[in-house]
Every structure is written in C-alpha cells, then in structure tokens.
Design a protein around this ligand. Structure first.
Ligand code: MG
Length: 202
C-alpha cells in the first residue's frame, strides 16, 4: 500500500507557511513504513529539532482504479478518518531552500499516524468538522468545506499519475495551526465530537 499526501490544500495553511496557493494539487508520498497506528507512542526522532503535527482528513481507498473521472471518484473510497502528517520542519525548510525532494522531512518511519475510520455515509462530506487538541487545548480546527481541492478532484487528479489500490490512504492536507511538539505532549484528533486518533510523544 502507499500513502498519498496533499500539500497546501487549505488557504490559511498555505499562508501561514508563506507558500503560494497551488493551481493544481501538490502531491507527495510516504511509504507503508511511515505508518504508526494511533495509540502507539511516537518517539521524537533524533534527526530533527522542530517536529510539527499536521492533522488531516484521510480517505481510505476501497477499490483499484486509474484515470478515475471526478463523477465516479466517490465509488473509490468508503471510509474517512484522521491522520497526523508529522513533518521535520527544519529538514523540510532545508530541502525547500535547496530545491530538493522532501522525503527525509516527511516520509520517515512513524511520520504517518493513522487513527480510526468512519464509514463515509455517516458524514456530510462537504462539511466535516475536525480538530486536534494538544495537551487538552485546541491546536487546529478544520472543515472539509474549506479544502481548495475536494475529495473528488483529488482522486481524479492523483489517479492520472498513480494507480490507486485498495488500502491506499490519501492524506488530504492540513488546515492552519500547525506547530511543534515536544516529548510529553499528548495529541488527540476528533471528527465532530468523536475521538478517533491519539498520540503520545515520548
Ligand atoms: Mg500535510
């Protein structure tokens, strides 16, 4: 399986990192070794001193497809959940400055925390409220209605380049409010009031 991630998919987040707002979805990938199941501890990696959380809505692909037209895109995922796209922001800044790929900053072991999923029928997909708390205080608030590229557009675009396979995950981008974690922090992710993701930084 593979993890496809979208960068800069919320206006306010693109602004907070002083990035251009993209005219097409910006894609990067994480390998399956990046997955950390929610409720397992994340050990702060030794290669960074500025590890950031990014809470994102995650689509779980339910059947194989390529060149998927937008109008059929919703047939290809059946569950929606939450993930943390952990980012070594210091390494990422260095990669960006040098025009290099991001993998060491974004795709390292345990950089994709994945929580529980909800059948998509239980959600109003264009109006999903989600939030992250850090040590009990709200750190990020998002709503799927603010996505620059919505789920259907993402699936159409991604599947032009990559065959989607059952079990693949799409991290759809983070809203504003990204920030650093330190050892001892406790992160919890919610869709609505439902707690779906939990991560302790060790
Ligand atoms: Mg992200």
């Amino acid at each position: 399986m593979k993890i496809l991630c979208i960068g800069r998919n919320y206006l306010e987040h693109a602004k907070e990192l002083k990035n251009q707002v993209p005219s097409e979805p910006m894609i990067f990938m994480k390998p399956s070794t990046a997955i950390l199941k929610s409720s397992n501890d994340l050990y702060y990696p030794e290669f960074t001193s500025n590890l950031h959380y990014e809470l994102e809505l995650v689509l779980k692909i339910s059947k194989n497809g390529k060149h998927i037209a937008r109008k059929f895109a919703s047939d290809y995922y059946n569950e929606i959940g939450l993930g943390l796209d952990f980012t070594a922001r210091d390494l990422q800044e260095k990669c960006k400055a040098n025009g290099h790929p991001w993998e060491i900053a974004k795709a390292f072991d345990n950089s994709a925390v994945v929580g529980d999923f909800i059948p998509k029928e239980q959600l109003e997909e264009s109006n999903i409220d989600f939030k992250l708390t850090k040590n009990g205080a709200v750190a990020q608030n998002g709503n799927s209605g603010d996505l620059i590229f919505n789920f259907e557009i993402l699936i159409e675009y991604i599947s032009n380049f990559f065959t989607l396979q059952k079990g693949d995950l799409i991290f759809t981008g983070t809203p504003a409010g990204v920030g650093p974690v330190k050892k001892g922090d406790i992160l919890e992710g919610f869709i609505g009031e439902k707690s779906l993701l939990h991560c302790n930084i060790k």
